[in-house]
Design a protein around this ligand. Structure first.
Ligand SMILES: Nc1nc2c(c(=O)[nH]1)N[C@H]1C(S)=C(S)[C@@H](COP(=O)(O)OP(=O)(O)OC[C@H]3O[C@@H](n4cnc5c(=O)[nH]c(N)nc54)[C@H](O)[C@@H]3O)O[C@H]1N2
Ligand SMILES: Nc1nc2c(c(=O)[nH]1)N[C@H]1C(S)=C(S)[C@@H](COP(=O)(O)OP(=O)(O)OC[C@H]3O[C@@H](n4cnc5c(=O)[nH]c(N)nc54)[C@H](O)[C@@H]3O)O[C@H]1N2
Ligand code: SF4
Ligand SMILES: [Mo]
Length: 679
């Protein structure tokens, strides 16, 4: 038989599900389930199951192109690479390397991202970021500050050992469907499930206690739970004493805080707050899962710190079934951050502002100079482009013209650039703005490793050829780097992995052979004898003195509040069938057909008042603009709250770009809007 089975991974979310591609004459013709995969046990959600629909989709980018007038013309790779090198070097000469920005792709593998940030920094630019900015940047800094490491503490399989699951601001049944499997096992074993979400979701259907929180009031809820736990003597005093610092300040700050005040702000009764606090505290192992409902706020970093602090108070860290679980987003967003694709960190979370980091990488990369950080975050790059300080931007596998908040501003910023290059697998709205478009190989068309949300690093081999002249991202970056005079001698991804093994301590023992096995290895894995790490912080936290830092924070009001002109609170998020900017799922016919157009969920009471019927086209307007959507009337949202998925291209015209002051993440989860029937 000529067909081969090649081990691969799902290219969508950070659960990192494994699968086999059936390959015949260089083409993927089917999927086989990988039943021995440790996180997914062969299961795939609808997106994973339909991935062949996009792999050789006819609209895949096949040739390099340059802008000509309003359109594009096909060019050779030589011309494309020369143009990119010239576009970057021209701006370095005229405006200095700080005028260059780079977006590394969390859809791309570790080796590509490692090279991308290395190229940026060797060119002298500290400005490299990735979509974690819009996602879990508050986790990287906030969880990093409290526990010493901004990553998921436990592993997915271990969720079944939890006796209580507190899911706050995560709709994992839609966003990380395969996690449901492990949560359900825990529930079957008697775990209490608490969900804090303003909406009724398929995740809240699993809940014993659903806390229907007012958007943006999570710190009040968490502090109220902390107060109950301390006042009722349910805190783990031994753990607090031996493994943390900062408890007294927190306790003092809660003295004058009343549950009634919290109930008023959160919209949750004091009775439910007490029930939830007790259930979380007294269970022998409680897992706290959180995601965008926590991070995408102007208080995102403080939200994260509060989640981690609640876990510390009860000693629910460092043990099976417990822990703090940031539900990471993209298939390789964890890896991209690990590889230093952020302005705050060089690879391995070495602070970019620390001169020792610079010395370490000068020696490691054998260069005489490197930029001290912090560079610009992606949200700051937009501002800098608007102000004319950022001149050239190199984007790999991101679609900010769909996914940024307040995209009219992003569009204006990109129009103001001297040079924009986009490396993509499809012609996205972002790619359409580029001076040069570089066609890239997709995940199954190249070798490399991916790090899932549970710190699991998995290598996959190239299974099929890329379409047309599309090329592996690492080849592209090496060619450009060479044209800019950099020493990028890498022949293949395995050589890049060896350098990662040498310079990123958490990946020290992650050799090609070891991470090629089904399920790979979980970091930290410092040497080749090390078996990898299932549970972080078992003995000590990764802070300098080994103690976690209990955080004392106060709630801050959202970036904008409702007003007579904008009386409804709009929140945005995900649905199971579509994925982020939709470049892939909107082209995946089985997914697209089932949910083809933008809608807004609103409460029937609001709709009746506004004379809107189910299925009507409505206009949703915020201070930034308007978007048209189809009205869906549902009790899933309370009166005064509306929800829109952001996968369709109207939603982010109206979202708010108010930023968290530390992590610089926009407040996607709160905008004041009005909804009107379309005239
Ligand atoms: N199908 C699908 N899966 C995906 C993605 C996708 O686009 N589609 N994207 C991936 C990515 S990049 C990410 S980051 C993850 C994100 O995964 P999630 O964070 O689970 O997804 P969201 O729907 O953005 O938000 C989660 C929930 O937060 C709630 N929420 C909103 N405001 C608040 C609030 O103020 N407080 C609380 N407690 N909750 C609130 C929302 O109602 C929503 O149900 O999903 C990943 N997986
Ligand atoms: N309103 C609202 N907006 C949001 C959010 C929200 O909750 N609400 N969530 C935010 C979050 S959490 C995130 S992470 C961002 C996501 O923002 P983005 O990262 O911009 O979203 P994606 O659509 O995943 O973009 C990835 C792109 O990579 C391309 N791609 C896929 N594979 C490859 C490859 O191998 N090589 C290359 N070169 N390209 C590839 C895809 O075609 C796609 O266009 O959106 C944010 N925007
Ligand atoms: S859960 Fe995530 S990784 Fe698994 S099949 Fe679905 S999209 Fe892919
Ligand atoms: Mo994300």
């Amino acid at each position: 038989m000529s067909t081969k089975l090649i081990a691969s991974l799902c290219p969508y979310c950070a659960v990192g599900c494994g699968l086999y591609l059936t390959v015949d004459k260089g083409k993927a013709i089917g999927i086989e389930y990988m039943t021995d995969h440790p996180a997914s046990e062969g299961a795939l959600c609808p997106k994973g199951n339909s991935l062949l629909e996009i792999l050789d989709h006819e609209e895949r980018l096949k040739y390099p192109m340059k802008k000509l007038g309003d359109g594009f013309v096909r060019i050779t790779w030589d011309e494309a690479l020369d143009l990119v090198a010239q576009g970057l070097s021209r701006n370095i000469r005229k405006h200095g390397p700080g005028s260059l920005g780079f977006l590394a792709s969390s859809r791309c593998n570790n080796e590509e991202n490692y090279l991308m940030q290395k190229m940026a920094r060797l060119l002298g630019s500290p400005n490299v970021d990735n979509c974690a900015r819009l996602c879990h940047s508050p986790t990287v800094v906030g969880l990093g500050a409290v526990l010493g490491t901004g990553a998921m503490t436990n592993n997915l399989l271990d969720l079944q050992n939890a006796k209580c699951i507190f899911a706050i601001g995560t709709n994992f049944t839609e966003a990380h469907p395969i996690v449901t499997r492990w949560a359900q096992k825990a529930k079957d074993n008697g775990a209490v499930i608490i969900v804090a979400d303003p909406r009724i979701t398929s995740t809240s259907w699993m809940a014993d206690i659903h806390l229907r929180i007012n958007p943006g009031s999570d710190i009040d809820l968490l502090r109220a739970m902390m107060k109950v736990i301390i006042d009722e003597g349910l805190a783990d005093d031994d753990f607090i004493k031996s493994r943390t610092q900062g408890f007294e300040e927190l306790r003092d700050s809660l003295r004058d805080f009343s549950l009634e005040e919290a109930a008023e702000k959160t919209g949750i009764s004091t009775g439910d707050i007490i029930r939830a606090a007790k259930a979380y505290a007294i269970s022998p192992a409680s897992a706290l899962l959180y995601s965008m409902g926590i991070t995408q706020h102007v208080c995102g970093t403080d939200n994260v710190k509060s989640c981690a602090t609640l876990a510390l108070l009860c000693g629910h860290v460092g043990r099976p079934g417990a822990g703090v679980w940031p539900m990471r987003g993209q298939n390789n967003v964890q890896g991209n951050c690990d590889m230093g694709g952020m302005p705050e960190f060089y690879p391995g979370y070495k602070r970019s502002t620390d001169p020792q980091t610079i010395e370490f990488f000068k020696a490691g990369w054998n260069v005489s100079d490197l930029p001290l950080g912090p560079g610009l975050t992606s949200t700051e790059m937009t501002e800098a482009a608007l102000e004319g300080r950022l001149k050239a931007l190199y984007i790999t596998g991101e679609d900010p013209i769909v996914c940024d908040a307040n995209i009219k501003k992003t569009r204006k910023a990109f129009e103001n650039l001297d040079f924009l290059v986009v490396q993509e697998i499809f012609m996205t709205p972002t790619a359409r703005m580029a001076d040069v478009v570089l066609p890239a190989a997709a995940w199954a068309e190249k070798d490399g490793s991916y790090t899932s949300m549970e710190r699991r690093v998995q290598w996959i081999d190239k299974a099929v050829d890329a379409p047309g002249e599309a090329k592996d991202g690492m080849w592209i970056v090496c060619q450009i780097a060479k044209r800019l005079g950099l020493d990028f001698p890498y022949q293949n991804a395995a050589e890049v992995l060896s350098e990662i093994n040498r310079l990123v301590p958490q990946y020290g023992g992650m050799t090609l052979e070891r991470i090629s096995k089904v399920g790979g290895l979980r970091w930290p894995c410092p040497d080749v004898q090390h078996p990898g790490t299932d549970i972080l912080h078992a003995q000590r936290f990764s802070t300098p003195d080994g103690r976690a830092r209990i955080a004392t924070v106060k709630n801050r009001p959202p970036g904008e509040e409702i007003s007579p002109e904008y009386p409804i609170l709009l929140t945005t998020g995900r649905i199971v069938l579509h994925y982020n900017g939709g470049s892939m799922t909107m082209r995946s016919i089985s997914l697209y057909e089932r949910d083809p157009e933008l809608y807004v969920e609103m409460n029937p009471a609001d709709a009746a008042r506004l004379n809107i019927a189910a299925g009507d086209l409505v206009v949703v307007t915020t201070r930034r603009g308007s978007a048209e959507a189809r009205a869906r009337l549902t009790e899933k949202v309370r009166p005064g709250v509306a929800f829109m998925p952001f996968h369709y291209h109207g939603t982010n015209i109206i979202t708010s770009d108010a930023l968290d002051p530390v992590a610089k993440i926009p407040e996607y989860k709160i905008a004041a809007c009005r909804i009107e029937a379309r005239a």
